[in-house]
Ligand binder design. Structure first.
Ligand SMILES: *Cc1c(COP(=O)(O)O)cnc(C)c1O
Length: 488
């Protein structure tokens, strides 16, 4: 083990420091802490030099995989490259140092940005108005469902407690519905991967609050019957919820509002370029059609008659879902992203994401099982290896990709197939990067035939090998003592 592969506590030497503090500006005056607030034991912080600290964090970051490290084809996630100018804007001191409790008249610029982003997102999605307060996609789903529930309750329609969710839906959809107290009713996909209309018709009645859908759906397929679906659900008194977490295939091309959706959420941290993953800060902006704007959560940002901006609360609101105006830094990144591309270029995102996905799909379908043929949108699903004499699994393929320096695609989701490999290249990758990935996927398919044990024991070159993922997630080793106990 190299010296700097050790834990920072193992590198620690008593008395070693990596900093020099400025001279105490209050000279000899030392504050007197009350006895009961003083520590009884030393802090047990590592004592290291500055290079030790720099190497520690740099090496840690190299053990991780991010979209800045390499190609990250995770499906249903839009792990796209996020332009660095977004970070610069989000770090602007004038915005960063604002306090959420400052009076509105001192935060006009920040409120104006919120207002303008709200209007822009409303235009992009065909909605009347948005809230940018929710902190994540799933949080947006919950907010949207609270709005739907509020809408029915305000009309005295108390029996609408069911929400329809297709079997291909993202897992957060049924989870959010359950958190909102709604009962989930599943509808099946037909053999072409889109919603089965007959299955939908059989569950439509006066107890349906709405349907949650994503279009293109999780298989990357456009729901061509969307207008008919909208008509059916509206005729029975329900509302349509659109999961727009990954809206990049549609950006500037077509709008959920025009398809008949009443409520939607966007993941600004996917479609509108903020780094995400690992539970980092996100934004699940929620848009609603005109008949639902009253129920948007508080606080809201409004433009007053004199052209200034203010925050306000509406008594009709479906509640309040965050302490202030959401994850503001994420909003700044989204706004910067939209303005940098502009109306003309944002239209290119969808076609490029679609082209890249179809190019990979067509290039690899001789090697991986393609259960649903035809043109996809921004992502698609393989069902494991095509020629597979050694019975290798999707997990083996995914682990082997790590050895070649790629993040694995989404695996074993959607649940419609047993060996799902879901690939979403996004619009930001070059043809060269995509060709390299295709090539490696072919190499792995060949290895699966000729040296199956290479795949079965992969990964070979990562900091840790094949983990027991359940134990790693449920009982992670988080302290130095625990680790020394394990390694002894
Ligand atoms: C990522 C995603 C979500 C959930 O978003 P979070 O920010 O992770 O809560 C919901 N739906 C779809 C389709 C997604 O891809």
């Amino acid at each position: 083990m190299k010296y700097y592969d050790k834990l920072i506590f193992e590198v620690s030497r008593p008395g070693r420091t990596g900093f020099s503090l400025p001279r105490n500006p209050w000279h000899s005056h030392t504050a007197q802490l009350p006895e009961h607030l003083k520590r009884n034991t030393p802090t047990l912080l590592p004592e290291v030099s500055e290079p030790d600290v720099v190497r520690h964090y740099t090496n840690l970051s190299n053990m991780n995989f991010g979209v800045d490290t390499g190609f990250y084809p995770l499906g249903s996630c839009t792990m796209k490259y996020n332009p660095k100018i977004n970070e610069e804007m989000a770090a602007l001191q004038t915005f960063k140092s604002l306090h959420p409790l400052q009076p509105d008249k001192t935060t006009q610029g920040a409120l104006e940005l919120y207002y303008e982003l709200n209007r822009t997102l409303s235009q992009i999605t065909g909605m009347a108005e948005c809230t940018l307060n929710p902190f994540a996609g799933a949080h947006g789903e919950l907010t949207g469902l609270m709005i739907i529930r509020q809408y029915h309750l305000k009309r005295g329609d108390t029996e609408r407690t069911k929400i329809i969710v297709p079997d291909s839906a993202h897992g957060t959809n049924p989870a959010s519905a359950a958190v909102c107290g709604l009962q989930v009713v599943e509808v099946n996909s037909s053999t072409d991967g889109t919603i089965d209309i007959e299955s939908l018709k059989s569950v439509l009645d006066h107890t349906v609050a709405g349907i949650m859908m994503t279009n293109p759906n999780t298989l990357g397929l456009f729901e061509t019957h969307i207008l008919e679906i909208a008509q059916l659900v509206h005729d029975c008194g329900g509302l349509l919820y659109y999961d727009g977490a990954n809206m990049n295939p549609l950006l500037g091309k077509c709008r959920p509002g025009d398809m008949g959706f009443d409520v939607l959420h966007l993941n600004l941290h996917k479609t509108f370029s903020t780094p995400h993953g690992g539970g980092g800060p996100g934004s699940g902006a929620v848009g609603v059609a005109a008949h639902l704007t009253d129920y948007l959560p508080n606080p809201r940002v409004v433009k007053l008659a004199d052209g200034t901006f203010a925050t306000e609360n509406n008594p009709e609101a479906a509640g309040q879902v965050s302490s202030f105006l959401g994850n503001y830094g994420v909003l700044m990144r989204a706004y910067t992203y939209i303005l940098t591309l502009g109306k003309e270029n944002i239209r290119m995102a969808g076609p490029l994401a679609t082209l890249n996905a179809n190019y990979i799909k067509e290039s690899l379908k001789q090697h991986y099982k393609l259960p649903i043929l035809g043109v996809c949108k921004h992502e698609f699903v393989f069902d494991g290896l095509l020629d597979n004499p050694n019975n290798l699994t999707t997990l083996d393929v995914a682990k082997r990709l790590l050895d070649y320096g790629y993040h694995a695609p989404t695996i074993y989701f959607p649940l419609l197939f047993h060996q799902s490999i879901m690939i979403e290249p996004t619009e930001t990758e070059s043809k060269e990067t995509i060709d390299e990935f295709i090539n490696i996927m072919k190499v792995i398919a060949e290895e699966a035939r000729t040296s199956p044990e290479t795949l079965q024991h992969a990964p070979h070159h990562t900091p840790v090998r094949r983990l027991d993922e359940t134990t790693a997630a449920k009982t992670p080793i988080l302290t130095f003592e625990e680790l020394t106990n394990v390694t002894q």
